[in-house]
Design a protein around this ligand. Structure first.
Ligand SMILES: CC(C)(COP(=O)(O)OP(=O)(O)OC[C@H]1O[C@@H](n2cnc3c(N)ncnc32)[C@H](O)[C@@H]1OP(=O)(O)O)[C@@H](O)C(=O)NCCC(=O)NCCS
Length: 183
């Protein structure tokens, strides 16, 4: 299968590889970055294992999260990562997630990544629906989703136990027809 490769004006979204490790660990070891995420901070060994395991995965398998690198085209350096999972029961639906390094936030990189992913999923793969589930306290992520036109569909109250307490989540989604109407 052809590896996923998405280009945007400033970024390349591509497969993670072991050369990304030194930049990946800088933000994946930061508790502020993983605060609202289901996974915890990683040490170098865990990060290396994660990249190695992920390297065997490809876009297109139902029900499997695959993590991709977000590379700054100008510097060639990893500035974050994003994940896509096609729904286990219907591969016309995908769930996504984006993480940008704390050193690179508030520069519009997440929005550019999200628009790149949506262009790929809706225009090329012809998906019907893209979903993201966010912690109800994750203001940055909520703003990001709203800024590209995702609609809030659900508010789950204390539905997930992670990092020692119950958390609440919002479900946001966009349909292909909403993506097309947006333009
Ligand atoms: C959420 C996240 C990806 C946003 O990345 P970013 O590159 O800083 O976002 P952008 O610069 O592209 O900003 C996108 C929009 O969100 C807004 N935004 C970003 N961070 C914000 C913050 N902390 N508070 C309020 N608004 C914020 C921006 O103003 C922008 O809105 P606009 O286009 O209407 O001006 C980043 O904060 C992050 O990686 N957080 C940790 C990981 C995480 O929780 N990911 C989500 C779960 S998968």
């Amino acid at each position: 299968m052809t590896p996923l490769h998405i280009e945007t004006p400033r970024l390349i979204i591509r497969h993670l590889n072991i050369h990304d490790l030194s930049n990946f660990i800088i933000y994946r070891s930061n508790p502020e970055v993983t605060k609202y995420q289901g996974f915890d901070v990683m040490n170098l060994e865990q990060a290396e294992e994660f990249i190695t395991e992920n390297a065997a995965k490809y876009f297109g398998k139902a029900g499997e999260w695959v993590q991709y690198a977000i590379e700054n085209r100008e510097t060639g350096q990893l500035i974050g990562d994003c994940a896509i999972k096609l729904d286990q029961y219907d591969t016309r639906i995908a769930e996504i997630g984006i993480t940008i390094s704390h050193l690179e936030q508030r520069k519009g990189f997440a929005k550019e990544t999200l628009l790149g992913i949506l262009t790929f999923l809706f225009n090329e793969i012809k998906l019907h629906r893209v979903v993201e589930i966010v912690d109800a306290e994750n203001t940055a992520s909520i703003k990001l989703l709203q800024s590209v036109g995702f609609k809030q569909e659900g508010h789950f109250i204390e539905n997930i136990f992670f990092k020692g307490k119950w958390g609440s989540e919002f479900q946001y989604a966009m349909l292909k027809r909403e993506w097309e109407e947006r333009k």
